[in-house]
Design a protein. Structure first.
Length: 289
């Protein structure tokens, strides 16, 4: 549930504030002036990647690390590769994560010989943040079995494990829902299919693969709010957890990936074409203003 302050409420508060200021000024000695009100601090950029660079080059290793291997936990079908094999800049200011139906290196997956390759990047050990505005502009792929995601994990996952670490899914899309994305919280007692979240559906039968969209969360103490193209579609607080533990007041790191198949999206079928691409224009993180 998203709570908006009405313009009437804001006007009333402004009137009260002006009355208070007038009273205070009336009590000042002749010739004295009131101290200026502090100016609210502007949001400061803490992480910026606009993916500028030559076509074919890998992502900035000072900002991202590239994970490799398969993922048995979700029963995904891809093998995540290293370097620029499946994640490369396009020379036009975008990162392109490409999923291919191939196995040139005879990769082995949980189910045997891997059928697909793709990429997964994270900022663990390079960038973490507690609270702020986290945003990416992306164009997602299309097709049964595709599972692109932009998300965050608690930086303490190595010591406390998942889901105690907490997970904030900023955007997930599964191929059988081309016009819908999901934002979800996962934590102790509300993980996996029991995560707390909601979906956002484009109007008029549009698909997210048709063009770029901006996906964001605004994250503050005891509150996470999701938006698509500036349209807020859900806010979550500890009150939504039914007494379960809120684990989102600590540092998190960022993740970008394109999975193929898995429990949720299901596997690709005969109608799924390859290669598929998740195109990322930018990832920006700022502090709260």
């Amino acid at each position: 549930m998203t709570v908006h302050t009405s313009w009437r409420r804001r006007a009333a508060l402004s009137t009260v504030a002006l009355a208070c200021c007038a009273s205070a000024l009336a009590g000042l000695p002749s010739g004295a002036s009131a101290a200026p009100s502090p100016t609210p601090a502007a949001a400061a950029a803490t992480f910026t990647d606009d993916f500028d660079g030559p076509a074919g080059s890998a992502v900035d290793g000072g900002k991202w690390q590239i994970e490799t291997g398969d993922n048995v936990n979700n029963h995904e079908r891809q093998f995540y590769t290293s370097g620029n094999k499946n994640a490369a800049l396009d020379g036009q200011g975008n990162l392109v994560i490409t999923a291919r139906k191939e196995n040139p290196e005879n990769y082995r997956c949980w189910y045997g010989t891997c059928e697909y390759t793709s990429a997964r990047l994270n900022t663990s050990g390079k960038f973490t943040q507690t609270y702020g505005h986290v945003e990416a502009r992306m164009k997602v792929p299309k097709g049964q079995g595709m599972w692109p995601a932009f998300w965050m994990l608690g930086a303490d996952i190595g010591s406390v494990g998942w889901p105690q670490s907490g997970e904030i899914d900023i955007m997930e899309n599964v191929g059988f829902e081309p016009g819908t994305v999901h934002g979800t919280l996962h934590g102790p007692g509300y993980s996996g299919s029991g995560g707390i979240g909601a979906g956002y559906t484009l109007p008029g039968g549009e698909a997210f693969s048709d063009k770029f969209h901006t996906f964001a969360v605004d994250w503050s103490p005891n509150k996470v709010t999701w938006s698509v193209d500036g349209n807020v579609y859900q806010t979550r607080t500890p009150a939504d957890l039914g007494g379960k533990q809120w684990v989102f007041d600590k540092p998190f790191f960022l993740i970008l990936n394109l999975a193929v198949g898995g429990y949720w999206p299901g596997d690709p079928d005969g109608n799924t074409s390859f290669p598929q691409q998740l195109v990322v224009d930018y990832v920006h993180v700022t502090t709260n203003n």
